[in-house]
Design a protein around this ligand. Structure first.
Ligand code: B3K
Ligand code: ZN
Length: 875
């Protein structure tokens, strides 16, 4: 264990800085062994805070070469230096400070600050990476105009990029090149970016709503130039969508994207120069699956949308992270819903909330959307900040209506353009634009944990009245007890016996928004009375996943089947089916699962319904995943879940085998592949049908081999590959593992999919198998994508192996975390999540998980990142 325990930082301690930085001029000299950084800062004293003429700048892993204040070089006794800061003294009101540092990008394995990815240089500065480049006020409320000069070898690094507009470019006599960029928009340092490399560019233009032409450029390594079309198209659609949906126009004359292979996250919204993990931007039909295309569309949009929600209006401090992330995820989700199927998108979002976010809420790292404290901010780029934050924005739209929400967002952007603000500035704009009081609603930002709503209903045939009683509670979470009731929007409908929605009138009328069919649950317990209800209806609650809550509502299997067939809300059709399937899986766990014929008929009719969106049918026929089932279990028994799910899956495959085969055949066609919604939807169902078909019929397996050989696209090839390697025929599995690698070993992104497919396989991925995979030439501990493809896929998907009874899976994960703790702490901490659930897993397994956490805790030199997650998990 480390000697000094890392300290928490608290929201309540926020203070403005002693100085603002008006202008920042940076010069980077990229040399083979190191980089020299000269930073000239024009400071202005902040008269709003008490002054003593000193200023503490952040800095980490820097070699300080010199400090000059207003032309006077400072001697070592004129400033204080430690591992994390540089404190200057005796500053005037508007001093100019020039600081020189030396840094070592090629030794930077944490991938924060300036580092090398393959043959190129790139940066990642959010949240606190800029302090690894130079001493600075590395906090988001300090916004500055940046000018950047880059000097590098002209042959090796012909492309030199930074934020804003190119203002000068020259080749110097000694074979070096110098370029200068200026970004006229004030921004925090976390949005700074620099790229240097021998890159090719794909170019296009976009004409904004006011008629300005913007140059669009995607820079990639030469071998990837044929993988840029889709991202460029998604970018143009995003730019247009943001103009139409939010009235937001792009504000520079150039927008650049760069693809890099070594990247901790998906992508980064640096002003005018987005940097992307190559897996989130590069695609062509032969190498990328439909899912990858959809991911690219969403992430390109997300980073672009940040230009307003994040860059123009930024966060005052990192406790406000969800201000930009929750809002931007909400915006990209609406964009994806508009580009594809809104219902399917909602199902996908709910699956993530219910598996990953609800799990986070129920674990030791549970935190509010606006946290009160953190040890390491990198640990707070979570599903709670992002996805729950997006749900909280979405609930405001449900409450205010689409038009009211747009008025609120217009006011927010206009009022705070160029500012660094808080989450409550966002809600204030919503309140002011609509004349509503969201005081109660704001509890969603401060209370951690997933609220539970329990429902009872009573129908009085004589009075033709239905009463619905809703009670809410929210479990204790670390540091938070006795939660207050939340404002929960409950979108609902009542179905008559023909499956149609009944018109309703609700009492109390004040708790009901008729236009959006939303009940407002704001108290611990409320009863809503519906009158003129001519027959006993089937109740459909939380349509469209209108609030991120758990629901306890004891509806019969017949009612669930009815909703699955008839609900006018597609989301709730799916939800009813999942609730039913969870019951089957529970039946299977207690050894008495039988598929009744009514359910079988309904599933069959769904498969035969050609009017339904095929992607929707695919979701309706997909069993809850093992992690989804785990979240609905009081105590998690991973082996029992695995076997029960497998049994139900096999039973469905058998009962519906002829239909799966027919669906497969109906949807197989020879149209040229295109990553467009209709085709993607058809492929989703076709490949789901194949995955069932192979379970019962040798013919299915042969078809999978044929599909593998004939596929002209990765979606079909990968779907066939996954079924083949998971077949019970070990020789067949091995044969296809080899064949796939032989074909694709030259394409790193495809090889990563190959790694993930086997590492996440319940059939293959024992800890021993994974250990062998870690020795493969295709694996590299320094590359986060590869670590995620192997260790991440293993610990999050191959649950029966991760939770092997002998503890080998836990040991493997802990070894990986210990190994990565030194080289890439962010990735190490992220990988840990599955172990943190130990208290919820059956005791004999949980104890072994805990022992591995203790082993990690006993390591010396734990990073802040890993220390925070492990120490909080062991409380
Ligand atoms: N804002 C970045 C996340 C950076 C995370 C740094 N640890 C990507 C995004 O959410 O758009
Ligand atoms: Zn984001």
């Amino acid at each position: 264990m480390r000697d000094a325990q890392p300290q928490a930082i608290f929201l309540k301690d926020y203070q403005q800085p002693a100085y603002w930085i008006e202008r920042t001029e940076l010069t980077f000299e990229l040399q083979a062994e190191f980089t020299l950084v000269t930073s000239q800062l024009q400071l202005t004293r902040n008269d709003d805070v008490a002054q003593d003429g000193s200023l503490t700048l952040h800095g980490q892993e820097l070699e300080l070469l010199s400090v000059v204040i207003d032309g006077v070089e400072q001697s070592g006794d004129q400033y204080q230096l430690d591992d994390e800061s540089l404190t200057l003294q005796g500053l005037a009101e508007n001093p100019v400070v020039t600081i020189k540092t030396r840094i070592y990008p090629h030794k930077n394995t944490a991938l924060e600050g300036l580092y090398q990815s393959g043959s190129m240089y790139c940066t990642q500065c959010e949240a606190e990476g800029f302090r690894r480049i130079t001493y600075y006020l590395d906090r988001p409320d300090v916004m500055s105009v940046f000018t950047t000069h880059i000097i590098a070898d002209a042959g090796q690094y012909p492309v030199l990029l930074s934020n804003g507009n190119l203002i000068a470019e020259q080749t110097l006599a000694n074979g070096t090149k110098q370029v200068s960029w200026n970004d006229p928009h004030k921004k925090p340092a976390y949005l700074f970016a620099l790229v240097a490399g021998d890159l090719q560019v794909k170019e296009d233009t976009f004409t904004t709503m006011s008629g300005r032409e913007v140059a669009l450029k995607i820079f990639v390594e030469p071998q990837n130039i044929d993988k840029t079309d889709y991202a460029l198209d998604a970018l143009k659609r995003s730019m247009k969508w943001d103009e139409e949906s939010y009235g937001r126009e792009y504000d520079l004359d150039i927008f650049m994207i760069v693809a890099v292979d070594d990247f901790n996250m998906g992508a980064m919204e640096n002003k005018g120069l987005n940097i992307f993990n190559s897996s989130c931007v590069l695609a062509n039909p032969a190498t990328a699956t439909d899912a990858a295309y959809q991911r690219i569309e969403a992430i390109v949009a997300h980073e672009y949308f940040h230009n307003w929600s994040g860059n123009r209006v930024t966060c005052r401090d990192w406790f406000q992270l969800s201000l930009k992330e929750g809002f931007t995820v909400f915006r990209d989700a609406c964009f994806s819903a508009d580009m594809n199927s809104a219902t399917v998108k909602r199902i996908e979002d709910a699956r993530i909330m219910r598996t990953v976010q609800f799990a986070e809420d129920a674990g030791p790292m549970a935190h509010p959307v606006q946290p009160d404290s953190f040890i390491e901010i990198s640990n707070f780029y979570t599903v709670t900040i992002y996805e729950k934050g997006a749900e909280v924005v979405g609930m405001q739209r449900k409450i205010l209506g689409d038009d009211g929400f747009r008025k609120g967002s217009d006011l927010y952007f206009d009022r705070h353009d160029g500012q660094a603000v808080t989450i409550y500035d966002f809600t204030q704009a919503m309140e002011d634009a609509n004349g509503v009081d969201l005081t109660l609603f704001k509890r969603w930002y401060k209370q951690a944990g997933t609220p539970v709503v329990s429902v009872s209903s009573e129908y009085d045939a004589d009075k033709q009245q239905l009463s619905l009683t809703l009670k809410q509670r929210c479990p204790d979470t670390p540091g938070q007890t006795d939660k207050q009731p939340m404002w929960i929007p409950v979108q609902f409908g009542l179905l008559n016996s023909r499956g149609q929605d009944l018109p309703v009138a609700v009492e109390p009328a004040s708790a009901w928004t008729q236009a959006s069919q939303v009940l407002h649950l704001t108290e611990a317990e409320q009863t809503f009375v519906f009158s003129n209800v001519a027959e006993q209806p089937v109740v459909s609650l939380f349509r469209d996943f209108s609030a991120p809550v758990k629901v306890e509502f004891d509806q019969s299997r017949d009612e669930l089947l009815f909703l699955l067939q008839h609900d006018s809300d597609g989301f709730n059709r799916w939800d009813a089916g999942q609730r039913l399937m969870l019951q089957w899986i529970n039946d299977a766990m207690s050894g008495n699962f039988v598929l009744d014929s009514a359910a079988e008929q309904v599933l069959r009719s769904l498969l035969r319904d050609e009017e339904l969106d095929p992607a929707m049918v695919a979701y309706l026929l997909t069993l809850p995943s093992e992690s989804y089932i785990a979240e609905f279990s009081a105590v998690i028994d991973p082996q029992a879940i695995y076997h029960a799910r497998k049994q139900v899956r096999q039973t469905l495959a058998q009962a519906l085998s002829a239909d799966f085969k027919a669906v497969y055949q109906r949807l197989s066609n020879s149209a040229t592949y295109a990553p467009e919604p209709r085709q993607m939807s058809a492929r989703a169902l076709k490949n789901l049908a194949l995955s069932y078909w192979v379970l019962t019929d040798n013919e299915g397996l042969q078809q999978a081999q044929q599909q593998y050989q004939q596929a002209d696209n990765m979606t079909d090839q990968m779907a066939a590959f996954v079924t083949l390697i998971n077949s019970s025929d070990a020789d067949l599995s091995e044969e296809y593992l080899q064949r796939f690698y032989q074909q694709w070993q030259g394409d790193v992104l495809v090889v990563n999919q190959w790694l993930a497919a086997q590492a996440g396989s319940s059939q293959l991925a024992s800890a021993k198998f994974i250990s062998t995979l870690l020795q493969h030439d295709a694996f590299d501990w320094r590359n986060p994508n590869k670590v995620r493809s192997v260790i991440g896929a293993f610990a999050n998907q191959a649950l029966c192996h991760f939770h092997a009874e002998d503890g080998s899976g836990y040991r493997l994960l802990a070894d990986a975390v210990i190994r990565l703790n030194g080289s890439n702490p962010q990735i190490a901490a992220r990988l840990l999540a599955p172990l943190t659930k130990w208290k919820r897993v059956i005791p004999q397994q949980g104890a072994q998980m805990k022992a591995e956490l203790e082993r990690i805790m006993a390591e010396s030199d734990l990073s802040k990142d890993v220390y925070e997650v492990v120490s909080k998990s062991l409380v």
